[in-house]
Every structure is written in structure tokens, then in C-alpha cells.
Design a protein around this ligand. Structure first.
Ligand code: PDD
Length: 278
């Protein structure tokens, strides 16, 4: 694989980053994941805009312009012959002597690589649906910034696997925040419900697109908090993310959702999303 590091395209085994990099020492960095389907980047603009916001919130320098970023994405997709897969992008504050305070003169580190995922849009999970467990949301309070501190989501994913489930939905003060790496939705009486934006969740790029498509399709959308009890009593449930698109959830803890099969509105939203975005 060819990867991109600080202005250079290199074979992956020649790419290096300092052990003093603050991404490594403090998780002082942000990232984006953009899907590629049929060689085409999905919603690059949305990811670029959110990246800019994450950098601004952390007072980090912008090492590349949006146009340069698009060119790097395209180059990597082409050089690595990615038809279906993803591009991962990470920017950290850079290398500096270890100190909690931000260094004044560090050069940001920028790294991009691709992952090949043949048949990404034809996942069998989309037909079968996912099982999720509920866990407490113990992440920090600025989940709107897409930082690389992902240990709690990893722990959640491991807890789910240990229980034979696919993922975990997190609960804070009695309300569902989101999935470990995706936004969470329920449908009740044909109303689509998903948590409102705030510091408690990541402002998903797929979320934004799906809500727009839902409104165009005349589906009533409510952006508000919902409890786990409400979710378990819902007709349908699903998640969204750049790599799963719209993915049905058919069980939460021990409770089947609706018929226990992917719901009709969920299927329709997945079809619309894939049709309109690719
Ligand atoms: N995760 N919420 C969280 C906590 C996430 O990590 C993600 C994305 C989302 C969905 O955002 P988007 O639709 O912009 O992908 C919501 C990525 C895919 C990841 O970490 O791999």
C-alpha cells in the first residue's frame, strides 16, 4: 500500500512518525473516515468541513487546504486501486517535548491511508440486522470533536462481542447518546427519531444526509433524546456511519425490535442513501 505522511507518498513500511508525536502521547489528534464505493468518494465535502471544525475546536493548525486534501484522497484511491473501501485521515498536533500544555511551534502530523473493503455496500449484515447491547456512556464531554481517543468505544465493542452482539449503544442520564462508532435511530409510528446535535454526540456526516433524504421522502423526523425503554418498544431501529451507511438494528439487549427483522423504513432509507450518495 501507498500511504501519505506529511507531504510524501510512501510505501507503508517506509512511513514513520515520531515517538514524541502528541497523537501517540496524548491522543491529541483528530480523524475522518471517508468511504469509497465504485472508486468514488462519498460525501468528501462533509468530512472536510467537519475536519476543519474539529481542528478549530482544538486550536490546531490546518496543514493542508481542502483542495489539497481532496487531491491526496484521490491519489491514494487511484494508487491503491480502491474500488470499494475507505480513506482514513488523521491530523495530530505534532511532535514536541512531553508537556500537557499545547506546544507553540509543533508542526502538525498528517497521515492518510486506505483500506480495501470489497463489497462494502453489499454487507450481509444489512439483510440480517445487528444486535446491540446497552452500556453507560463514559466518554469525555466533547464527543462533537472527532478525536482519536477511542478506547472507551473499543471497550464497548469488546463488551458487545463478549455477549454475542455486534455493537453497543451508549446511555447517559437515561437517554441514548449514540453507538460506539455510529449514530443511533429509532422509528415509532412512522416517525424517525434521533438524538439532537450537541456536545454529547458526533455530528455524523451520514446522519445529516440521511435526515435530509428522510425529509425529502416525507418521513417525519424528530431530533430529540430517547430512552432505552423507548428504543426497545420501537418499530424499527438502525445506525448510520460513513462505513455502514444505514444499518438495521434488530435486537437491543434481549429485546427484539419490532418483528426482529430489518424494518421497511430502514431498508428504504438505506436504498435511498446508497442511490443518492454514490
Ligand atoms: N465513526 N458517532 C461516532 C462516535 C462515530 O465514531 C462515528 C463515525 C459516527 C458517524 O459519523 P459519520 O456518519 O460521519 O461517519 C457517529 C467512524 C466511521 C469510525 O470511527 O470509523
Amino acid at each position: 500500500r501507498t500511504v501519505y505522511v506529511n507531504g510524501q507518498y510512501l510505501p507503508e513500511n517506509e512511513a514513520t512518525v515520531s515517538i514524541f508525536d502528541r497523537g501517540f502521547l496524548f491522543a491529541d489528534g483528530v480523524y475522518e473516515v471517508t468511504s469509497v464505493i465504485g472508486g468514488k468518494l462519498l460525501d468528501f465535502d462533509g468530512h472536510a468541513v467537519r475536519l476543519e471544525r474539529s481542528l478549530n475546536e482544538l486550536e490546531m493548525a490546518h496543514p493542508v487546504t481542502k483542495d489539497e486534501l481532496l487531491e491526496i484522497h484521490r491519489q491514494l484511491v487511484e494508487r491503491n486501486e480502491i474500488t470499494d473501501g475507505l480513506v482514513y485521515l488523521q491530523i495530530t498536533r505534532g511532535a514536541a517535548d512531553r508537556d500537557f500544555a499545547y506546544p507553540k511551534d509543533a508542526e502538525p502530523t498528517i497521515v492518510l491511508f486506505t483500506q480495501n473493503k470489497p463489497g462494502l455496500a453489499q454487507s450481509p449484515v444489512a439483510d440480517k440486522g445487528m444486535k446491540v447491547i446497552s452500556i453507560e456512556d463514559q466518554r469525555w464531554g466533547r464527543r462533537d470533536i472527532k478525536t482519536v481517543q477511542l478506547l472507551y468505544p473499543s471497550m464497548g465493542k469488546m463488551a458487545a462481542k463478549a455477549q454475542g452482539a455486534d455493537d453497543a449503544w451508549m446511555v447517559e442520564d437515561g437517554f441514548v447518546t449514540e453507538g460506539t462508532s455510529n449514530n443511533a435511530y429509532i422509528i415509532k409510528d412512522n416517525v424517525l427519531i434521533t438524538r439532537h446535535l450537541g456536545n454529547e454526540i458526533l455530528h455524523g456526516i451520514t446522519r445529516k444526509a440521511v435526515l435530509e433524504f428522510a425529509r425529502v421522502a416525507q418521513i417525519t423526523v424528530e431530533e430529540r433524546s430517547f430512552t432505552m425503554e423507548e428504543a426497545k418498544a420501537a418499530d424499527e431501529a438502525f445506525i448510520t456511519s460513513a462505513t455502514t451507511f444505514v444499518m438495521p438494528v434488530v435486537q437491543i439487549d434481549d429485546t427484539p425490535i419490532g418483528s426482529g427483522q430489518p424494518g421497511p423504513l430502514t431498508k428504504r432509507l438505506r436504498e435511498i442513501y446508497l442511490e443518492e450518495s454514490i
